[in-house]
Design a protein around this ligand. Sequence first.
Ligand SMILES: [Cu+2]
Length: 53
Amino acid sequence: MLVHGPIASLNWPPMTMKFLVKDKALWEKLAEGKQVEVEFTQEGKDYVVTKVK
Ligand SMILES: [Cu+2]
């Protein structure tokens, strides 16, 4: 789960939601409580993380 702030381009309010991480290298950049900047794409009903900064 990721907690994110408002995303104006998608008309999303701040929320906590599920993202899929398919790439193991990206997964390793994530950790509980860590603040990250991510890029993601929509695949059907899922949101898939494509980049972690
Ligand atoms: Cu969201």
